[in-house]
Design a protein around this ligand. Structure first.
Ligand SMILES: C[S@@+](CC[C@H](N)C(=O)[O-])C[C@H]1O[C@@H](n2cnc3c(N)ncnc32)[C@H](O)[C@@H]1O
Length: 359
């Protein structure tokens, strides 16, 4: 049976790196179930030459499309087919020989789009990619992720880590953020980035008015990885609304997103603003319950919502109950239960993914 060995990126920060092998195993499980017909077996951690790899077996060698899916794994550095010396030359030992498999990531831009911004409260970019992957893989758009431009919303978007990863995949991105400073910082970063990289774009930050009232501000950008795509009208679309996420329906069309992906406030760096002006609560549950009806309305039937949060401030059962109460079906198959990991002393992060019924 062909076997493969996946090397995890060394760039994951120290704390995340401790969890990254287990998270990669869990993420592989989700890819396998969603788009590889469950063909990956024996997903395990194995040391080769003293270095940890995630290894797996598959009945037939991986095809080009299988490799294309697996090229999107969030912490992947390299993928090898594993053979034994004996198997290759008919002699020698059973020592492993690693043959590199060429990866085909969707990446449209340089990876510094994800790494330049550094600030307190930033969600780790590798984890953000994992959350995006496992959410899209739970949605009706899973089989399209390599072929179609998806549209993704982060309704608590901070300074845009999810949005940047969505752009990186060549998809359209939208975000909502209540903190004006975050929206300004993100707008400043993205404009500078696009200029410095000489990427064709148009960007504007404008007030959103309705019935002569200002409802918030909108940062809107059209951009493309190359001039030809921009000229032919094939530009990516990014919209960030500076407003309260509980009003999400005021800003986006019903049923217009393939997936919603968000890292909820941790009750440490950020509070959830769910009560009166300026009120902060430690648990994101009140905010979730208030915002979910709007978020679910924005999802296409068959769309999925994936969120991460700090289990020290809200229990998994309670967060799952909030998603169920909003009409979503929580994914509770084993593949989706392996994402809990420690971020620091105060944060034990977990992931919940849920689907909107196809109707
Ligand atoms: C964990 S942070 C997200 C960080 C983001 N993923 C990043 O890397 O920049 C959660 C965000 O939710 C925002 N937030 C909290 N309550 C909100 C509300 N009612 N409406 C919109 N945004 C809110 C906070 O200001 C914070 O930026």
């Amino acid at each position: 049976m062909p076997r493969y060995a996946l090397l995890v990126l060394p760039a994951t920060n120290r704390v995340y790196a401790e969890a990254s092998i287990d998270l990669t195993r869990a993420e592989l499980g989700v890819f396998s179930a969603a788009v590889l017909d469950g063909r990956l077996t024996d997903v395990a951690e194995e040391r080769l030459g003293g270095v940890p790899y995630v290894t797996f077996g598959v009945a037939e060698p991986l095809g080009a499309r299988d490799v294309a899916y697996l090229s999107q794994l969030s912490s992947e550095y390299a993928l090898f087919e594993l053979r034994e010396q004996r198997e290759l030359s008919g002699e020698g030992s059973g020592a492993p020989v690693l043959s590199p498999v060429t990866l085909t990531p969707l990446d449209q831009f340089d990876d510094d789009l994800l790494t330049i911004q550094k600030y307190v409260g930033k969600t780790n970019e590798f984890f953000t990619k994992l959350l995006l992957n496992v959410t899209v893989l739970a949605s009706a758009s899973a089989g399209d992720m390599l072929d179609r431009r998806l549209r993704i919303l982060d309704p608590l978007c901070g300074r845009g880590t999810t949005l940047n990863q969505v752009l990186m995949y060549g998809w359209d991105a939208a975000g909502i953020e209540i903190d004006g400073k975050d929206v300004e910082a993100y707008s400043g970063f993205l404009r500078t980035y696009l200029k410095r990289k000489r990427l064709k774009h148009q960007a504007e930050l404008t007030p959103i008015r309705r019935d002569r009232k200002v409802l918030g501000r909108r940062f809107h950008v059209t951009l493309a990885a190359d001039k030809a795509a921009y000229k032919s009208g094939d530009a990516l679309d990014l919209t960030v609304v500076n407003a309260d996420t509980r009003r999400a329906r005021d800003f986006f069309r019903s049923g217009s997103f393939d997936a919603i992906v968000t890292d909820a406030p941790y009750g440490v760096q950020h509070g959830s603003r769910s009560g009166g002006p300026g009120e902060l609560s430690r648990s994101p549950l009140d905010l979730l319950s208030a915002a979910l009806p709007g978020w679910v309305d924005l999802l296409r039937p068959g769309g999925a919502l994936g969120m991460s949060w700090n289990t020290h401030v809200a229990r998994r059962e309670d967060a799952a109950a909030a998603l169920t109460a909003a009409g979503l079906e929580v994914c509770d198959d084993t593949a989706y239960l392996g994402f809990r990991h420690r971020v620091d002393q105060a944060i034990l992060r977990d992931v919940l993914v849920a689907r909107k019924p196809r109707g």
